[in-house]
Design a protein around this ligand. Structure first.
Ligand code: SF4
Length: 177
């Protein structure tokens, strides 16, 4: 016990250093997403998150987009409570049999134009839950998917990069005659 107390006096904390609040790469990326959304939609981007059966690891990273560090709402990108207000559906996890209908109904309740982003390895093909009696499979088994962001879980920056790629692709498709 005495040894432990002594160690704790001199050992540095296990926690990481707090990141800089004005991370240039993050600001640039989030501003690019915001500008692409305004070009494509004429306004800011609204995202509805759907957990179709994930382990919540992907949710933790998605929630981080709203924390004090990433704070993407300052760029006009916001998470909304209703699919009727959403442009993007971010779906995590393998789709479980219990969530299949809810996912389909959410998709149909979202107005066009809409995009579906499958987040995480499980959303692609069921990941480590593939083959379970409770799982239908990846998101594309149930609704059309526009983009898949790989990772277990993907980082918030990877998600922002994915959304930017999606909006830029939609922008490019819109100007092609
Ligand atoms: S991809 Fe990984 S973190 Fe995301 S739901 Fe699947 S197991 Fe969990």
């Amino acid at each position: 016990m005495r040894k432990l107390l002594f160690q704790s006096l001199f050992r540095s904390p296990f926690t990481e250093q707090a990141p800089s609040s004005d991370d240039a790469a993050l600001s640039e990326l989030a501003a690019a997403v915001s500008n692409a959304a305004r070009r494509r939609l004429g306004r800011s981007l609204s995202i509805r998150e759907i957990d179709a059966g994930s382990c919540n690891g992907c949710e933790l990273e998605i929630h981080a987009l709203n924390n004090a560090y990433y704070d993407i709402e300052r760029f006009g990108i916001r998470f909304v409570a209703s699919p009727r207000h959403a442009d993007v559906l971010m779906v995590t996890g393998p789709v479980t049999k219990n969530m299949r209908e809810a996912l389909e109904r959410t998709y149909h309740a979202t107005p066009n134009p809409k995009w579906v982003v499958a987040v995480g390895d499980c959303a692609r093909d069921g990941g480590c839950f593939a083959g379970s009696y409770a799982v239908v499979g990846g998101v594309a088994e149930v609704i059309p998917v526009d983009l898949h962001i790989p990772g277990c879980p993907p980082t918030p920056m990877e998600m922002l990069k994915g959304i930017l790629a999606l909006l830029e692709a939609a922008d490019a498709a819109a100007v092609v005659p």
